[in-house]
Design a protein around this ligand. Structure first.
Ligand code: HAM
Length: 417
C-alpha cells in the first residue's frame, strides 16, 4: 500500500520549511516589539470552548470542526483557531487577576478545519496571531493594525495588500440588524443558494460574504450595519478611521465584511491580496468572549495570519526567506584511520557555532567534492594521515577554490577572519 498524507494536509520540505521558520522567527520578534509574550496552548480543547466561543451559528462550528469523543466520552476538538483557546487559558489561569492589563498574547501553530481543500485552503494550516485582552476603547484596535502592517513590512509585502474594515456592533445592534437582514433575505429567498437559504435562520450575516454570484447580487442591496450602530459605536468607529488616516494607513470600508466567527462586536478587519478572495490575515474586537467563557467582563482584540497564504504571497512576489548566513564546512577524511580526527574537527566547529558535516563514506575525493557542492556548503576541510599527524587541515574555499594549510589550533581564528 502507498501511504499518502491526509487530504488537505501538507508537508513543509526544503524551501517551505525555511519559509515557515523564517516567518515564525520574524513573527515573534516583531510581536515582542509591541510587548506581546508567546502563549502556548494545547492543540485540542473540550468542544464547548469553540461551540460557545466561536458560536454555534458559525460555519466553523456547524461544519468544520474536527471533533471526537475521547476514551472518557468527552467531546474534544482540534482547535479550528486560537482566539477561543487563548481566552479559555486566560480565564482558567485567572491571568486577568495577576497580570497587568491588557494581557498581550502571541501564538503560532496549527489549526484544523474540515474545509473543501483548494488553493490557499487546507484542513491543517498554520496561524500566527495575537490576542490583547482587557482593553478599553479603540487604542489597541488601531495598534494591532499597525502591528499587522509592521509584520507585512518585514516580509516586504506592506505595499501589496489592501486593508478592509467594518464595524459590527454589540448584541443590541446585532439583534436589530439581524432581524432587518432576515426580513430582507426572506423576501429574496428564491434567488439564493441552498447554503444561504439555511443561513437565513442560523446566521444571516454570513450571507453578506457568500461567494456565489446570485447571493452577492441579493446582498448588494441588503441593509447595512452602519445604519444600525448606536451613537457610541458610531463614535468609536469614526475615531478608529480618524486615527488610521492620521497614521497614513489606507483602508477601504466594506459594509459586507462580517468575518466567519461569531464573537466580534466592534471593529473587524482583513488584509487581502488584490484580486484574491482569500484574506491573508483577519481579526477584530470582541466584547463578550471572555465572559462567555466564564471570565469577567473584559474586552479583547486580535488577529491571525494564515501562514501558508503568507508563504504563497511571498513566493508570488519573489520574496525569499532571509536567513543569517552561517559558514558551513564539509569535512573530508581521506582515510578511515583518521575518523577520530574528523570528529574532533567537527566538534570544534559546532562548538563555535559553525555548520559542520562529515563525509563518512570514504571513496574518491572527486565524489566528496561533488557531494559538498550538492549540499551547497562553503568550505571543504580535507584531511589525510599526514594532516592528522601534523595536526593541520587543508581548508578549501569551495566558492573561490583557494586552498590553505592551517594548524588545528588556529582553525577557528583563521575562519572567523
Ligand atoms: P480567520 O479569518 O478564520 O480568523 O482566520 C485567520 C486567517 O487564517 C485567515 O485570514 C487565513 O489567512 C487563515 N486561514 C483560515 N482558514 C484557513 C484554511 N482552511 N487554510 C489556510 N488558511 C486559513 C480567525 O481565525 C480569528 N481567530 C482571528 C482573530 C484573532 N480574531 C480575533 N483574534
Amino acid at each position: 500500500m502507498d501511504y499518502q498524507k491526509v487530504k488537505g494536509t501538507h508537508d513543509f520540505i526544503g524551501e517551505d520549511a525555511k519559509y515557515l521558520s523564517y516567518i515564525r522567527e520574524t513573527f515573534f520578534k516583531v510581536t515582542s516589539l509591541f510587548n506581546y509574550n508567546e502563549h502556548v496552548i494545547p492543540t485540542m480543547e473540550y468542544s464547548e470552548v469553540f461551540s460557545r466561543g466561536v458560536g454555534e451559528g458559525s460555519d466553523v462550528v456547524r461544519k468544520e470542526m474536527y471533533s471526537f469523543l475521547d476514551k472518557g466520552y468527552r467531546s474534544v476538538t482540534l482547535r479550528p483557531e486560537f482566539t477561543a483557546g487563548i481566552v479559555r487559558s486566560v480565564v482558567e489561569n485567572k491571568l486577568y487577576a495577576t497580570e497587568v492589563l491588557p494581557i498581550k498574547s502571541s501564538y503560532l501553530g496549527q489549526s484544523f478545519r474540515y474545509e473543501r481543500p483548494q488553493a490557499g485552503r487546507y484542513r491543517e494550516f498554520y496561524q500566527g496571531g495575537v490576542e490583547c485582552i482587557g482593553v478599553t476603547g479603540i487604542d489597541y484596535d488601531v495598534e494591532i493594525i499597525q502591528l499587522c502592517l509592521e509584520l507585512l513590512k518585514r516580509f516586504h509585502l506592506d505595499d501589496k495588500v489592501s486593508l478592509s474594515i467594518n464595524y459590527l456592533g454589540g448584541i443590541e445592534t446585532r439583534d436589530k440588524y439581524t432581524s432587518a437582514l432576515t426580513q430582507y433575505f426572506r423576501g429574496h429567498i428564491d434567488e439564493m443558494c441552498d447554503d444561504c437559504k439555511e443561513r437565513i435562520t442560523v446566521n444571516p450575516l454570513r450571507i453578506l460574504d457568500c461567494k456565489e454570484e446570485r447571493d452577492q447580487k441579493v446582498a448588494a442591496k441588503a441593509p447595512e450595519i452602519t445604519s444600525y450602530l448606536s451613537e457610541k459605536e458610531k463614535a468609536d468607529y469614526d475615531a478608529i478611521k480618524e486615527r488610521l488616516t492620521l497614521l497614513g494607513i489606507e483602508y477601504h470600508e466594506d459594509t459586507h465584511l462580517v468575518r466567519g466567527l461569531d464573537y466580534y462586536s466592534g471593529l473587524v478587519f482583513e488584509f487581502k491580496v488584490p484580486f484574491e478572495d482569500n484574506a491573508v490575515c483577519g481579526g477584530g474586537h470582541y466584547d463578550n468572549l471572555v465572559s462567555e467563557l466564564g471570565g469577567p467582563e473584559l474586552e479583547g482584540v486580535g488577529f491571525s495570519f494564515g501562514i501558508e497564504r503568507l508563504i504563497q504571497f511571498m513566493k508570488d512576489n519573489n520574496i525569499a526567506p532571509e536567513s543569517k548566513k552561517i559558514k558551513s564546512f564539509y569535512i573530508m577524511p581521506l582515510d578511515k584511520e583518521i575518523s577520530n580526527y574528523a570528529l574532533r574537527i567537527a566538534k570544534l566547529l559546532r562548538e563555535n557555532d559553525y555548520i559542520a558535516e562529515i563525509n563518512y563514506d570514504g571513496g574518491k575525493i572527486a565524489s566528496m567534492f561533488k557531494k559538498a557542492e550538492r549540499l551547497d556548503l562553503d568550505y571543504g576541510i580535507i584531511i589525510g594521515v599526514d594532516e592528522a599527524n601534523a595536526k593541520t587541515v587543508q581548508l578549501k574555499d569551495l566558492h573561490s577554490q583557494e586552498q590553505v594549510t592551517i594548524p588545528f589550533d588556529k582553525l577557528i581564528e583563521e575562519i572567523s577572519k
